[in-house]
Design a protein around this ligand. Structure first.
Ligand SMILES: Nc1ncnc2c1ncn2[C@@H]1O[C@H](COP(=O)(O)OP(=O)(O)OP(=O)(O)O)[C@@H](O)[C@H]1O
Ligand SMILES: [Mg+2]
Length: 494
């Protein structure tokens, strides 16, 4: 140990820090003429083009919050938030923004360089292929003040701003393998959903447990994630429930369009780009990816059931020539449940389908999709909830009759259709309930007429309904009739 260092050990720590700082400044000013500044680059993407650098986002948030930036001569970009009308500032390329921290002076600049051959395919020049970065510059002598305290300060302030900001985002993947974001503002909640008794409470309790179960998952060696499969006929609230779940846990949504994913590698990279605390959604999963059993890869490609007629399947699996990499069911299972599922924590996977029976059992097994939630036709309790939401009534003299008629006619209307009836009579609850009542026998009679006049191929479609597993023949027939009606309800048959 040198004499100078030995002497320093007798000095109080605060004084020692000042002395070192002063000496460093003097050294910088009078002795060292080159390398007086240190520069750090904060790139948007690190370790390959798909890895997003969280610190880049934090720097952007931090800089946009600097009040001093408004007074300086720096040219700034300014935009107004759609969500809360507040102004947000950001750095123009190659403009410097000055900040200070514990007496140290710091300069930030932003650069955006077009990557060679970086056409992102969307043709708007706003390519996700561009290379963006912030550069932080400060005096070499002030390194001890800046590192790492200032960088920690930037992260902390950004995290606080993000926490205060309730704005959430929904992302969808583009053809270039990147996510594009837009503000998520869906009003659906568990209060606005009309569900069977107890279902909303059950799901909310499950979500609450999940959110607070970090140590539980880690203690048991499990990835901290939860999977929900929402299934049922069209118009029964699957998409609305996704929004309600995301609103409940306050996570962002990644709406994964498998038809735009060209192969397993791209799927992995998309997963790596997702942040923790997010809901990852694949809607209509039976329509968008090859769902054959892994042991029988060609089951559906040889099918005559009409599945191969879905052009989405072709585009999702990509070129079918031997040896070409493509998106496969195993690739999907790997990112949802395999080793790659751990590349982000606290994530909820939600798959939806109208045809649970067409999904590969591997996709359905417990632990992969933890809860299978059937969303079906409007039951009387669900109807009451809708009437309460849309008409503002909790009870009504017609309810007894209505409940009985719904049960007697095995009445099956989707919540979407029921909601439409109520909305169109919103100002007159009596008229709304009369319309619901009148629709019951007519609905059923019409269904019989429709079935009587269906072609053999349409009948095949009925037999393929998820209700075919009813207990009696009559039940099964009824289920098929009503399933068919639900499928064509867009034509307003009632
Ligand atoms: N259970 C429900 N409670 C309240 N509203 C509902 C419910 N189900 C459907 N709706 C209403 O019907 C409309 C369609 O619902 P949604 O898109 O959620 O159905 P879906 O099951 O996702 O249909 P699809 O299978 O065709 O995608 C929404 O506007 C929603 O408000
Ligand atoms: Mg939907």
């Amino acid at each position: 140990m040198g004499v100078f260092a030995l002497l320093q050990t007798f000095l109080p720590p605060a004084f020692r820090q000042y002395l070192n700082h002063g000496l460093a400044l003097l050294w910088d000013k009078f002795v060292q003429t080159e390398n007086r500044h240190v520069e750090y680059q904060v790139e948007e993407k690190t370790g390959g083009s798909y890895n997003h650098n969280i610190f880049y986002r934090q720097v952007g948030i931090y800089l946009s919050s600097l009040r001093s930036s408004m007074d300086s001569h720096t040219r700034l970009k300014v935009c107004r938030s759609v969500e809360n009308g507040s102004l947000a500032f950001s750095l123009l390329d190659n403009e410097a923004l000055e900040d200070s921290f514990n007496g140290a002076c710091l300069w930030w600049t932003h650069t955006c360089m077009e990557r060679e051959g970086g056409n992102n395919g969307n043709g708007n020049g706003n390519g996700s292929g561009d290379e963006r970065s912030f550069t932080l510059r400060f005096l070499t002598a002030e390194r001890s003040i800046v590192m790492p305290a200032y960088l920690d300060h930037v992260s902390k302030v950004a995290a606080e701003i993000e926490h205060r900001n309730t704005q959430r985002w929904i992302y969808t993947n583009n053809h270039s393998g990147y996510w594009e974001a837009t503000i998520f503002n869906h009003p659906s909640t568990f209060n606005t959903l009309a569900l069977d008794d107890g279902l909303a409470d059950h799901i909310q309790a499950d979500l609450e447990f999940f959110r607070n179960a970090e140590s539980f998952y880690h203690r048991n060696g499990r990835a901290w994630k939860r999977g929900y499969l929402l299934y049922g006929p069209p118009g029964t609230g699957k998409s609305s429930m996704i929004a309600a779940i995301a609103n409940h846990v306050e996570y962002d949504i990644y709406d994964l369009e498998l038809t735009k994913v060209c192969d397993n590698a791209e799927l992995k990279s998309l997963m790596i780009q997702t942040i923790r605390r997010s809901v990852i959604v694949i809607e209509d999963i039976d329509c968008s990816v090859h769902l054959s059993d892994r042991a029988e890869p060609d089951k559906y490609s040889q099918s005559t059931s009409g599945y191969t007629a879905d052009s989405n399947i072709e585009s999702a699996i990509g070129p079918s020539s031997e040896g070409t990499s493509k998106l496969t069911l195993s690739g999907l299972l790997n990112v949802t449940d395999g080793l790659w599922s751990c590349c982000g924590e606290e994530r909820i996977f939600i798959f939806t389908t109208n045809h649970k029976d067409r999904l590969d059992p591997a996709l359905l097994r417990q632990g992969r999709m933890d809860m299978h939630i059937l969303l079906s036709y409007c039951t009387f309790p669900a109807f009451k909830k809708l009437a309460n939401n849309y008409l503002g009534i909790e009870d009504h003299p017609m309810y007894v009759e209505l409940e009985d008629a719904m049960a007697r006619t095995a009445h099956k209307i989707t919540p979407a259709a029921m909601a439409e009836m109520l909305i169109s009579n919103q100002s007159d609850p009596d008229a709304a309930l009369r319309q619901v009542m009148a629709s019951l026998p007519r609905y059923y009679a019409l269904a019989q007429d429709v079935v009587a006049s269906t072609s053999p191929s349409e009948k095949y479609a009925l037999e393929d309904s998820p209700l075919k597993k009813g207990s009696t023949k009559k039940d099964r027939l009824r289920g098929r009739i009503l399933f068919f009606l639900a499928a064509i309800e867009g034509k307003r048959m009632y």
